[in-house]
Design a protein around this ligand. Structure first.
Ligand code: ARG
Ligand code: GLU
Length: 724
C-alpha cells in the first residue's frame, strides 16, 4: 500500500511537471499581458507586454512582418530595411542570378537605392490588430449540427463579420480558426507589394554547412539577407513602380551590440507555421511509426538518385540544388522528430496525461456524459485512418517527386479546361501552364526523372496493398516483365513530355491539334489512372474519417481546457503572429555530451574544407579571421557566430527576430537543434533549442566582409549589457 502510494505520487509529480512547463508555447500577442507578462518578467524581461503588442500606440509588433507568407522578417531601419534569413530570400537571389552575375555564389550588395532589385510576387505583411471573433463566428452553431452545417454557418458569419470590419481602404482582414475550431480570431493587416533585394552574403556564408549541418548544433551559418520595403509617395502600399520610395515604418528595431550570456532572457516574435501539441497518443504513435517512416524511406530513395547524378554532372548539380535542399530539409527533420519522440517517450507522456484526464472525466458524471467516450472514439478513428494515411503519404510523396507526372497533369488540365469552358478556358489555362512548364524545365533532367520513376514506382507497387495501386501501371509492369528499369524506359521513350523543346513547340499549335496529339499519351494515361485510383481507394474514406477526427479533436481540445485547468493553453501554430520566450542555454543531449550555447568564427575555420560543396570559406573571410579584423563586432578577440536558447519555434519562424530583455535585436532565428525537432509535437525543455545567428556576425559580414557599411549606418545600434 505504502509502495503503491509512493508510485502514484511520483507518477503525478512527473505528469504535473509535464503540465506546468515554463518555456513551452507560441503565444498570441494580444493575451501576453494576461497570460505571460508576469512569467516573462520573472525570467528576466525588462519591458512590458504593452511594449510588445499595443494597438493604440507604437509597439514592437509594428516592426515584424510576415515575409512572403512563408517566413518572418523585421524592420531594422527607418528607411524600411528588412532583415530575414538567407534561405528565405534565396528565391529572389536565385532569380536575379545569371552565369555572369552569380549572386548565389558571390553574394549581392546594392550600393544605393537605385541598385536594389525588385521581386515580382514578393510581399511583406504587417499585423495592424488582432481581435477575438469567436462569439460572432460561432453564433448559431450548435452541438447537434453536422460538420457541413456547422461549416456553412461559420462561413456565413465570417462573411458577415468581414463586411463590418473597421479598416482603411489599403488594409485587409481575415479570420482564422484556433484551438481546433473552438476559437476564432480576426486579423487586420497591411501588405506591401514592392519589396526589393538589398543584399545577401555568398551561399558559402549564408548556407555554410548546407545539408550536413542543417538541423544541427553546433552551427556556423550566416543565414541572413536584406530587403527594403517600398511604398507609394503617401507611404501606403503600392504595386511596384520606379517612382515608389523607401517605406517609413511605424517602428524599427534597435540593435544590441552586447551579445548574450547564458541565462539571458530572449524572445522570438514571428509567424510559426504548423504544430500539433494536443494530439492524442494514438495520433503521435501513428506519426512516429507509420507516416514519418514512410515519408523518410521514399525521400531517402529519391535523394540517393538525385545525389548520384549531382555528383557526376555539374549541370544537374546546379539544376537540382534547390530541389535537393528542400526534399532533404523535411527528410532530415522527420528523422530527428522520430528520434526525439522516441528518446523523450512522447507516447508514454501523452498516455500519462490522458490517464489523468480520463480519471477526472470519469469521476464527474457531467464530464463523463460529455467526454467519456472521447478516448475510445479517438483511438478507433485513428485506427481507421492508419491505412489511408499511409496510402496518402505514399501517393503524395511519390507522385510529387516524379516530374513527368507533374507535366502530364498540367497538360491534362488543358483538356479539362477545354471540356469545361471551351477555347477561352483552354487559352487561360495554357498561359498559366506555359509559365509553370518553363520554370519546371529549367530545373529538370529527363535522365534523373526516369531513374526516380524506376526507383519510386518499385516502392509504390511493392510497399502497399494492391487496392491502392493503379491498374494501368500494374498492366504496364507486367508487359515489361516486372522489370522496373524496362517499365521506366518504355514509358519515357514512348512520350516526348520530358523533352522541353518538343513540348513547348507543341503548345504553340492550335488547341485542336494539341488535344489530339496528347489524346493517347501514355504518361497522361498513367497520370489520370494514378489520380483516379487514389480518389476511389483513398480520398473518399480518408476525408470522411478525417472530418470525424477533426470534430473529435475539437471536442478533445475543449475538454482538455475544461478538465486540465492547471495547464496554460496556447493555440497550435497556424502561420499567425506569435511570441515565444526562453533563456539562452546550452544542453546535454546524451550521456557525457554537453553543448555550449555560443559558436565563434574559429568554428567556421575548424570546419573549413577548401573547395568543398558545403564547407568552403571565402578567401576574404579567411583573411579577416587571420588578421582578427572584426571591427566593433568582435568580443575579446573572437567573432561570435550563432547561439541557442529555449524558444519554442517552428518552420515559418525562419527570419524571426531574437530580442533581448529590452526588446533590442540580438539575433536572427533560423533553425532548431537535431535532438529537439520533435518540439512541434512534444516540446521538451531539456533538449529543445532554437538556433539564431548573432546580429553582430550579420553586421560584421555586411560591413567588414561585403563593404556595405552604409547599411549599418542606417541602423540604430545600442551598447551596454541587456537589462541595464
Ligand atoms: N532547417 C532550416 C529550416 O527549415 C533551414 C533550412 C535551410 N537550410 C538548408 N540547408 N536546407 O527549415
Ligand atoms: N528553418 C525553419 C524555417 O524555414 C525554421 C526553423 C524551424 O523549423 O524551427 O522556417
Amino acid at each position: 500500500m505504502k509502495y503503491l502510494r509512493h508510485l502514484t505520487i511520483s507518477f503525478l509529480v512527473s505528469v504535473f511537471s509535464i503540465i506546468a512547463r515554463a518555456d513551452e508555447g507560441m503565444w498570441l500577442p494580444l493575451f501576453l499581458q494576461q497570460l505571460n507578462e508576469k512569467q516573462m518578467k520573472t525570467m528576466g524581461m525588462k519591458i512590458s507586454a504593452k511594449d510588445i503588442y499595443n494597438i493604440n500606440g507604437g509597439s514592437l509588433k509594428d516592426a515584424i512582418v510576415s515575409f512572403g507568407g512563408f517566413c518572418t522578417g523585421e524592420v531594422i531601419s527607418n528607411k524600411g530595411l528588412v532583415l530575414t534569413n538567407h534561405h528565405c530570400g534565396f528565391d529572389a537571389v536565385q532569380n536575379h542570378s545569371t552565369l555572369d552575375h552569380n549572386y548565389i555564389k558571390d553574394g549581392f550588395w546594392a550600393k544605393n537605392n537605385s541598385e536594389e532589385l525588385p521581386n515580382s510576387g514578393l510581399f511583406v505583411t504587417f499585423i495592424v490588430r488582432i481581435e477575438d471573433a469567436s462569439s460572432q463566428v460561432l453564433r448559431g452553431v450548435t452541438a447537434q449540427m453536422t460538420e457541413s452545417e456547422r461549416q456553412s454557418t461559420i462561413d456565413k458569419n465570417i462573411a458577415e463579420l468581414q463586411k463590418g470590419v473597421k479598416k482603411e481602404s489599403y488594409q485587409e482582414s481575415f479570420v482564422r480558426s484556433f484551438f481546433e475550431g473552438n476559437q476564432y480570431f480576426l486579423f487586420v493587416t497591411e501588405t506591401y507589394r514592392d519589396v526589393r533585394l538589398v543584399g545577401a552574403p555568398p551561399a558559402a556564408i549564408g548556407n555554410f554547412g548546407k545539408d550536413t549541418d542543417n538541423w544541427m548544433w553546433p552551427r556556423h551559418t550566416g543565414d541572413f539577407s536584406m530587403f527594403r520595403i517600398y511604398a507609394g509617395k503617401d507611404n501606403k502600399p503600392a504595386d511596384y513602380s520606379p517612382d515608389n520610395v523607401p517605406y517609413t515604418p511605424k517602428r524599427s528595431l534597435s540593435i544590441s551590440m552586447s551579445g548574450m550570456k547564458e541565462g539571458d532572457f530572449t524572445m522570438v516574435f514571428g509567424f510559426p507555421g504548423r504544430t500539433n501539441q494536443y494530439l492524442h497518443s494514438a495520433a503521435v504513435e501513428q506519426i512516429m511509426t507509420v507516416n514519418d517512416p514512410a515519408k523518410i524511406a521514399i525521400r531517402e530513395k529519391a535523394l540517393g538518385v538525385i545525389d548520384g547524378f549531382m555528383r557526376k554532372d555539374e549541370q544537374i548539380k546546379i539544376q537540382y540544388a534547390a530541389k535537393y535542399a528542400s526534399i532533404q530539409n523535411a527528410y532530415k527533420k522527420w528523422q530527428g522528430e522520430v528520434l526525439g519522440l522516441t528518446s523523450t517517450n512522447a507516447v508514454g507522456k501523452k498516455k500519462a496525461y490522458e490517464a489523468i484526464f480520463n480519471q477526472r472525466v470519469n469521476a464527474n458524471p457531467a464530464l463523463k456524459d460529455k467526454y467519456g467516450s472521447l478516448p475510445g472514439d479517438l483511438e478507433s478513428a485513428y485506427g481507421e485512418l492508419k491505412p489511408y494515411g499511409y496510402a496518402r503519404d505514399y501517393y503524395l510523396e511519390i507522385t510529387s517527386k516524379i516530374e513527368l507526372l507533374t507535366i502530364a497533369g498540367w497538360i491534362n488540365s488543358l483538356k479539362t479546361a477545354f471540356d469545361k469552358d471551351g477555347e477561352t478556358g483552354y487559352q487561360k489555362r495554357l498561359k498559366q501552364i506555359k509559365t509553370a512548364l518553363a520554370g519546371l524545365y529549367e530545373e529538370y533532367s529527363p535522365v534523373v526523372d526516369e531513374k526516380l520513376f524506376e526507383v519510386l514506382m518499385k516502392m509504390y507497387t511493392e510497399n502497399q496493398d494492391e487496392v491502392y495501386q493503379s491498374p494501368f501501371l500494374r498492366d504496364r509492369l507486367k508487359i515489361a516483365g516486372n522489370d522496373y528499369a524496362a517499365l521506366a524506359s518504355g514509358l519515357y521513350n514512348s512520350v516526348d513530355l520530358d523533352d522541353k523543346n518538343a513540348t513547348l513547340a507543341m503548345l504553340e499549335k492550335p488547341s485542336s491539334e494539341v488535344l489530339a496529339y496528347y489524346k493517347n499519351n501514355a504518361a497522361i494515361k498513367l497520370y489520370t489512372d494514378l489520380v483516379n485510383t487514389y480518389n476511389q481507394s483513398v480520398t473518399k474514406n480518408l476525408n470522411q474519417i478525417q472530418a470525424r477526427i477533426n470534430k473529435l479533436n475539437r471536442t478533445y481540445m475543449q475538454a482538455q481546457m475544461e478538465v486540465m485547468k492547471e495547464k496554460k493553453f496556447y493555440p497550435d501554430a497556424n502561420s499567425t503572429l506569435r511570441i515565444t520566450y526562453g533563456n539562452v542555454k546550452g544542453y546535454a543531449p546524451r550521456d557525457a555530451v554537453k553543448y555550449d550555447f555560443y559558436t565563434y568564427l574559429d568554428g567556421v575555420m575548424d570546419k573549413y574544407k577548401p573547395g568543398d560543396y558545403e564547407f568552403d570559406v571565402p578567401e576574404k573571410l579567411r583573411s579577416l579571421y587571420k588578421s582578427k579584423d572584426f571591427g566593433p563586432y568582435g568580443t575579446n578577440g573572437k567573432m561570435p557566430v550563432c547561439f541557442i536558447a529555449m524558444n519554442h519555434t517552428t518552420g515559418g519562424n525562419s527570419g524571426s527576430p531574437a530580442l533581448d530583455a529590452r526588446g533590442n535585436l540580438v539575433g536572427l532565428n533560423f533553425d532548431r537543434v537535431w535532438e529537439g525537432t520533435m518540439s512541434d509535437i512534444n516540446y521538451d525543455p531539456s533538449i529543445c533549442r532554437n538556433i539564431m545567428v548573432d546580429i553582430r556576425y550579420v553586421l560584421f559580414i555586411v560591413d567588414k566582409f561585403a563593404g556595405a557599411g552604409h547599411l549599418v549606418k542606417e541602423m540604430k545600434l545600442v551598447y551596454g549589457p541587456a537589462g541595464k
